[in-house]
Design a protein around this ligand. Structure first.
Ligand code: ADP
Ligand code: MG
Length: 680
């Protein structure tokens, strides 16, 4: 990594402060762009200055004293026109008092206020000047900074960097003209040394210089993600030919017809698996869109060629449910499945492990128990991760590395939290994305209602009537993030209350503190229709599939995130009965809480909800642990700068194909040494 001559600038303390701002090289400083500007390009006579605005004045010092008993430094000043003003400092060093000797000429910059002593400035910025000293011609930038690193120091460092760092132009002129983008050097200078007339468009990030920077940032992101994709793709993987006898047999046996989206996505995956390079695919599909069967076919494709496939799920309940589904589909074809979860007895576990180690058993389903040390999958060719956002990068990599040394399995990541298009095109550009955009036939839309907690008794009465007619219901307890103990207490109390209020009904409970076995028993009883009502925490949030359950009550719905509410609501509406979901909220609702509940109330489509969620909360939550350590976009905004995303993708393709030098330049400039993280 080339370093500018005077880096680190002045001693290691300063370098450490800069590192806090993620500035490690002078190239990083160049891209440390102003938050806003101050206008010191002209002087305002005191008599014309407006109260409440930042102003620069030039004055002579009349007097200066430290007052008592309230200790402050008080200076009286007068400008050329004879108007007077007071400047006050409540915190000051003795050196400041020394500078303020009567008769000297100073420029003060600060906010004009009407005070006890007449017009005043409190803690103005001060500079001693000679008569007629020239004014700056550009705006004074104000940078994001950290305690201990002043604006003056940052500005000085920046000016030095601007003189030494070559501002190379990586974009061919044809591309710049096509997109009407200024040159890089021009844009950088316009931002650090801004012209007074540009202040508005600069601060609003609408200036052409900002467009250039945001475009380049998006472009660098594309390039790094695409390169990471290519690097992973260059590894070898097992070629798994599609469509053999067993695949046909499974098709024949399915109790339902696949949706056309499922068929399309299965073809995409089957084609990927047939290539001797690792698949890196994200399968996204709304709650209930039928991702599990897609995974089953992919796993079968591996098994049919004599290779292993593993499916990892984030919770015991989900892993067990997957195990049961896969077994129902694949057992009849003579394909055995091992099931690994933390809750299983040692003897059972050891038997499963031995089957997998010998390579006799080809399919494995489990929780993160799958990635623990004793698990050995010598012929692993496909790894499937369900609800992938629930796992960290490390866990996904651990599953990938379960196979024989040197063989990279194909990876299929599944997610029910749909990723809005702009996000998929940017932060997920290192994956291929398959989308199930269709729900199986015969689903009845869930009828959603909002009700204040005041109507709790009424809701319970309705629930009773419905359950006596043979329906089943989930009752979801409020989320209490601060205290697990309190959460548990609430669940148990709710359970007691409902049991009391509904003596005719069988009411069960399920929560995170139960042992895996106890959870399984409760889930099984509910699935078998032995329980009418299941009081639950969010342990049922992901993937739980009980088609007969058609009612859901969510208490304190305002405490849940949008994606969570959508997931929860997706637990009903899986059968043919009309399903309903009641969102109980505690009034009064805050503005955002109201807006969020409205989104859930108005939309049933996961994509629309995800788009709204992205708008309300920003991309951080979506990306989560996926790119931990990698900088998010600093300047480009996915919503505001939507129009730049597609051109950035196109230009990335052009440069990757024809201009390796430009690619290197852009990556070095924007990512420095941080690219390694993505390579894995
Ligand atoms: P998700 O995408 O949320 O993981 P699942 O794979 O759990 O969805 O599927 C939800 C339910 O729909 C399951 O009971 C599954 O067997 C069923 N299913 C899947 N595909 C179809 C289909 N094409 N037609 C009818 N039912 C289907
Ligand atoms: Mg699922």
């Amino acid at each position: 990594m080339p370093r500018a001559a005077q880096w680190p600038p002045k001693g290691s303390r300063q370098a450490a402060l800069l590192a806090r701002l993620d500035i490690h090289r002078s190239e990083d400083l160049i891209l440390h762009l102003p938050l806003r500007y101050e206008d010191e390009t002209h002087l305002t006579p005191i008599g014309l200055a407006q109260i409440g605005t930042s102003t620069q004045i030039e004055v002579k010092i009349l007097s200066c004293e430290v007052t008592w008993p309230r200790r402050q430094l008080l200076a009286r000043l007068r400008d050329e026109a004879g108007s007077e003003i007071v400047a006050r400092w409540i915190n000051f060093y003795p050196s400041l008092q020394k500078q303020l000797t009567p008769g000297r000429r100073v420029r003060l910059f600060g906010e004009m206020r009407g005070g006890f002593f007449g017009v005043e400035m409190v803690h103005p910025r001060l500079r001693l000047v000679d008569k007629g000293e020239s004014l700056p011609r550009t705006l004074t930038p104000v940078y994001p900074t950290t305690a201990g690193l002043g604006q003056v120091t940052l500005r000085r460092l920046l000016d030095a960097a601007l003189e030494t760092v070559p501002l190379d132009e990586p974009l061919p002129i044809a591309i710049r003209q096509r997109l009407a983008l200024p040159g890089f050097a021009e844009a950088i200078h316009a931002l650090h040394h801004a012209a007074p007339n540009d202040v508005h468009t600069l601060e609003e990030h609408e200036h052409p210089a900002w467009r250039r920077i945001k475009f380049e940032e998006l472009l660098a992101q594309q390039l790094s993600l695409r390169r990471a994709y290519n690097a992973r793709r260059a590894h070898e993987a097992v070629r798994l030919p599609p469509c053999r006898t067993l695949t046909h047999a499974l098709h024949e046996r399915l109790p339902f017809a696949l949706t056309s989206a499922q068929r399309r996505v299965m073809d995409e995956i089957a084609a990927d698996l047939a290539v001797p390079h690792p698949m890196q695919r994200l399968l996204q599909g709304d709650v209930g869109s039928g991702k599990t069967i897609v995974a089953a076919f992919a796993m079968l494709q591996a098994a049919e060629s004599g290779w292993q496939a593993a499916l990892m799920a984030p919770t015991e309940i989900l892993a067990e449910q997957h195990y049961r589904k896969l077994a129902a589909w694949l057992d009849p074809l003579g394909i055995g499945i091992a099931w690994l979860s933390g809750g299983r007895r040692k003897r059972e576990r050891d038997a499963e492990l031995a089957r997998l180690r010998s390579g006799k058993c080809l399919l494995a389903v489990g929780t993160h128990a799958l990635i623990e040390t004793p698990v050995d999958l010598p012929r692993l060719a496909l790894a499937v991760v369900d609800e992938q956002h629930r796992f960290g990068v490390r866990q996904r990599l651990a599953l990938r590395d379960k196979g024989a040394a040197g063989v990279r399995p194909h990876m299929l990541m599944m997610s029910a939290t749909p990723i809005p298009r702009t996000l998929a095109m940017t932060h997920y550009a290192d994956l291929d994305v398959s989308t199930l955009d269709e729900l199986p036939q015969g689903r009845t839309p869930v009828h959603t209602r909002l009700a204040s907690t005041a109507r709790r008794m009424e809701i319970i009465a309705r629930l009773k009537a419905d359950c006596l007619e043979g329906r089943q219901a989930y009752w979801v307890c409020p989320l209490i993030e601060e205290s697990e103990a309190l959460q548990l207490k609430t669940v148990l109390e709710t359970w007691e209350t409902l049991k009391e209020a509904l003596p005719e009904l069988r009411v069960g409970v399920i929560h995170g503190r139960l042992k895996a076995e106890e959870k399984a028993v409760a889930m099984a009883a509910f699935a078998a229709g032995e329980l009418h009502v299941l009081v639950a925490t969010t342990v049922i949030e992901v993937g739980v599939d009980v088609p007969r359950a058609s009612l859901m009550v969510i208490e304190h719905a305002e405490r849940f995130g949008l994606a969570q509410l959508h997931q929860l609501r997706g637990r009903v509406g899986r059968g043919t009965a009309q399903s309903s979901c009641v969102l109980l909220y505690e009034p009064p609702l805050s503005g955002t809480a109201r807006a969020r509940l409205k989104v859930i109330f108005e939309h049933s489509d996961g994509f629309a909800i995800a788009r709204e969620d992205l708008r309300i909360r920003g991309p951080g939550e979506f990306i989560g642990a996926r790119q931990s350590g990698l900088p998010l976009l600093r300047y480009a905004d996915l919503e505001r700068d939507d129009a730049l995303i597609e051109p950035a993708c196109e230009v990335a393709n052009e440069l990757l194909a024809n201009d390796p030098e430009a690619v290197e330049k852009l990556l070095a400039r924007w990512l420095g040494g941080r690219e390694g993280l993505l390579r894995a």
